[in-house]
Design a binder for this molecule. Structure first.
Ligand code: HXC
Length: 259
């Protein structure tokens, strides 16, 4: 599928997924959602991609779902639409590799929800995040009522969701909505550098860690521990575990590289 608004570039085994709809502040239209689902499937499958940066370019991450497109939708339209947009965000969340969102400018509504689907978030000093749906008389539909409280806790999440207020980068860092705040020009390079750390890392272990954390957060502790046990035992069936432990014994810690 050719992409108009979502660009994929792969360099040195790191993929950059870049939203590219500048005239509409990268608003996430139906087409953008379809392109996101396709690109998430591609980077998930490609063995030459070891980690992913999710970016909106230097000016804006994404100002949300396309309000102009949504405005005339009926209840029945929305039943399908909300599955499509949740599907796009979930597809990003399920990429079985480390994913960092690099947030320059606004990440609002569906844009904030998309950023929350990444494993970590780096934000520019001028970044502005929020879930302003309530101001449109609607609610977040791409995971905001679920992922935001998991990241920042229920009361801070409700404050943001009830008020729809915008959060600047320093507050986002303080509440745990983003993980690092950087000068605007450094956000993408630092995100690339973070992703590059995993190029020679053990891919099965990374995938198993991500799945154990994400699935475990949805489960009670005993179920989460069971998920961990299964992945832990399964790791011993991979060549990576042989390579990693042999390298430790022969050369010391942290020297192994993995295919
Ligand atoms: C469609 C959008 C848009 C959006 C901006 N634009 N956000 N178009 N959907 N979400 C368009 C504007 O209409 C305008 O187009 C152009 O982008 C530039 O925007 P301006 O408003 O002129 O820029 P500025 O004054 O700098 O304000 C930026 C902004 C503001 C603060 C980001 O645009 C804004 O508040 N946008 C909406 C944010 C929002 O409510 N997001 C949540 C959406 S609901 P023209 O053609 O006039 O130049 C959502 C639900 C998710 O995400 C769940 C779905 C199931």
């Amino acid at each position: 599928m050719s992409s108009e608004f979502v660009q994929l570039e792969v360099a040195d085994s790191v993929a950059t997924i870049r939203l590219d709809r500048p005239k509409a502040m990268n608003a996430i239209s139906l087409q953008v959602q379809a392109e996101l689902r396709a690109v998430a499937a591609e980077v998930s499958e490609r063995s030459d991609v070891r980690a992913v940066v999710l970016w909106g370019g230097e000016k804006v991450f994404a100002a949300g779902n396309d309000v102009k497109e949504m405005a005339d939708m009926s209840y029945t339209d929305m039943v399908d639409h909300v599955e499509g947009v949740q599907g796009a965000v979930t597809a990003i969340a399920r990429i079985p590799k480390p994913v960092v969102a690099a947030v320059n400018g606004y990440a609002l509504g569906g844009g904030c929800e998309l950023a929350m689907a990444a494993d970590v978030r780096f934000a520019a000093e001028n970044a502005v995040l929020g879930q302003p749906e309530v101001l449109l008389g609607i609610i977040p539909g791409a995971g905001g009522t679920q992922r935001l409280p998991r990241l920042v806790g229920p009361s801070k999440a409700k404050d943001l969701l009830f008020t729809g207020r915008f959060v600047k980068a320093d507050e986002a860092l303080a509440i745990g909505l983003v993980d690092r705040v950087l000068p605007a020009a450094d956000v993408y390079p630092e995100a690339l550098a973070w992703a590059a750390r995993f190029v020679n890392a053990a891919p099965y272990a990374l995938r198993a860690i991500k799945e154990s954390v994400d699935r475990g957060l949805e489960a009670d502790l005993e179920t989460g521990l069971q998920i961990e046990r299964q992945h832990f035992a399964a790791a011993f069936a991979t060549e990576d575990s042989t390579t990693g432990m042999r390298s430790f014994i022969e050369s010391g810690p942290g020297k192994a590289t993995f295919e």
